[in-house]
Write a protein that binds this ligand. Structure first.
Ligand code: PGA
Length: 252
């Protein structure tokens, strides 16, 4: 029996503007109104967060952003600060592999963002995962360990309870080729969980949720979520359609 409450978070990426966000949530909120026992989070683009916050109203679905800057205010053209995110959201995705690959994010910037998010009371969803090359050359454990250790450096155990890790092998994102349930679980159970225990103590480490992301669909979600250390999913493409997202939430 798993004691951790499962979580399903939708990462909409750069899809759905203000009106499309409103329309999708007007379908999603009633479709998920009787779901219990799962924390559901949606992460639209920044411009949709205001309308999403209003549409979600008293629904149990929580709101997340896809990024933030670590500074509180100032001359950072184009950036959004932690407290601006916190005005609208409870969660924030940090260090997604697309941000690492295309926008120069590093373990160091991830760490700054994690601290900045925690400071204002946001729950960071910290993404880690190896590339295809790293996977093929047997470096998965090493890469994921480094990303977890450096990304979470300096976080105190009492802050860690708010943290969520998402293991997203880069080769599985948007490819339709998910990791096998056993393969993903091995990374969660044997690589990430022991580091969380080491950093924060076994009690807190065992209570922290580790999501899997990368081509999670309605038809493979249950098998993945049934694994001992897969505590839900971070869903990209399949979170943009009501039917598939609802099925994935139900699988959790
Ligand atoms: P995908 O994306 O579900 O479309 O593979 C997952 C993610 O990038 O978070």
């Amino acid at each position: 029996m798993k004691t951790r409450k499962p979580m399903v978070a939708g990462n909409w990426k750069m899809n759905k503007g203000l009106y499309a966000t409103r329309d999708l949530l007007r379908e999603l909120v009633p479709a998920l109104s009787d779901v219990e026992g799962v924390d559901v989070v949606v992460c639209p683009p920044f411009v949709g967060l205001g309308v999403a916050n209003r549409e979600l109203g008293s629904s149990s679905i929580k709101l997340g952003a896809q990024n933030l800057h670590w500074e509180e205010s100032g001359a950072f053209t184009g950036e959004i600060s932690p407290s601006m995110v916190k005005d609208l959201c409870d969660f924030v995705i940090i260090g997604h592999s697309e941000r690492r690959a295309m926008f120069g994010e590093t373990d160091e910037s991830v760490n700054k963002k994690v601290h900045a998010a925690l400071k204002v009371g946001l729950s960071p969803i910290v993404c880690v995962g190896e590339t295809l090359e790293e996977n093929k050359s047997g470096q998965t454990g090493e890469v994921v360990s480094r990303q977890v250790r450096e990304g979470l450096a300096g976080v105190e155990p009492e802050q860690a309870v708010k943290l969520i890790i998402a293991y997203e092998p880069v080769w599985a994102i948007g490819t339709g080729l998910a990791a096998t349930p056993e393969g993903a679980n091995a990374v969660h159970r044997d690589v990430i969980r022991p580091i969380l225990g080491e950093l924060f103590g076994d009690k807190i480490g065992n209570g922290m949720r580790i999501l899997y992301g990368g081509s999670v669909k309605a038809d493979n979600a249950k098998e993945l979520f049934d694994q001992s250390d897969i505590d839900g999913g971070l869903i990209g493409g399949a979170s943009l359609k009501v039917d598939s997202f609802v099925s994935i939430v139900q699988a959790a």
